[in-house]
Design a protein around this ligand. Structure first.
Ligand code: SAM
Length: 195
């Protein structure tokens, strides 16, 4: 329920739940400390469904943190359903199988919490990654983006995300953003749904 959710990522998770089904393939385009990756795995897999999570990050430290979290939280069968890649998300098509129907591509932009604040998502690669996500998303799939505007470059990145979403044709895409009007620096969840 929207007003009980404190964080933008909780709101994103709530929306994912409405879209993602057991057995789906999904992509965590910025796996960071692994919390989103774990939430996604719980949506796509259970005892009778093998859904897959492709989790990407440009930082080795982030992948190590994600591995550690998954190691603690998952059994050995579940762990095999998460594929970790140390690459830029603009290259997602190089690692996700071409025949996969991708239900969700999730971006949690910015820097690694607890990590190097100098390593940050950037407008140029974010733009390329959104285009890649658009190409591989199945009908009935969602691109979910949480944008942070409190750091240098954040506003420019928001503009890139907004102009990507605003330019999609209305027949095939539903695009919306959830902005906290009385919290100007709050993270902004943006959802791009392919009909
Ligand atoms: N989803 C994560 C979680 O649940 O902990 C948090 C993600 S954090 C806000 C943003 C991450 O994006 C950082 O770990 C950073 O290394 C990563 N990143 C920055 N540029 C990237 C790029 N071009 N491709 C993939 N990951 C990138």
């Amino acid at each position: 329920y929207l007003f009980g959710k404190k964080r933008a990522t909780d709101i994103a998770h709530m929306v994912w739940k409405q879209v993602v089904r057991k057995g789906d393939t999904v992509i965590d385009a910025t796996c960071g400390n692994g919390f989103d990756t774990l939430a996604m795995l719980n949506l796509v897999a259970d005892d009778s469904h093998d859904g897959y999570v492709y989790a990407l990050d440009i930082q080795r430290d982030a992948l190590d943190n994600t591995s550690l979290l998954l190691e603690k939280a998952l059994n050995s069968k579940e762990k095999q359903l998460v594929k970790l890649f140390n690459i830029c998300h603009s290259k997602m098509e190089n690692v996700v199988p071409g025949n996969a129907s991708v239900r969700l591509v999730a971006f949690n932009l910015g820097y690694l919490p607890g990590g190097d604040k100098g390593i940050i998502t950037g407008s140029e690669t974010t733009s390329l990654a959104l285009e890649a996500a658009k190409r591989i998303l199945m009908p009935g799939g969602l691109i979910s983006i949480v944008v942070y505007v409190g750091h240098p470059g954040g506003r420019e990145e928001l503009e890139v995300v907004e102009s990507f979403a605003a330019g999609l044709c209305v027949e095939n895409w539903i695009c919306c953003k959830l902005q906290m009007l009385n919290r100007p620096f709050a993270p902004i969840p943006i959802f791009v749904y392919r009909r």
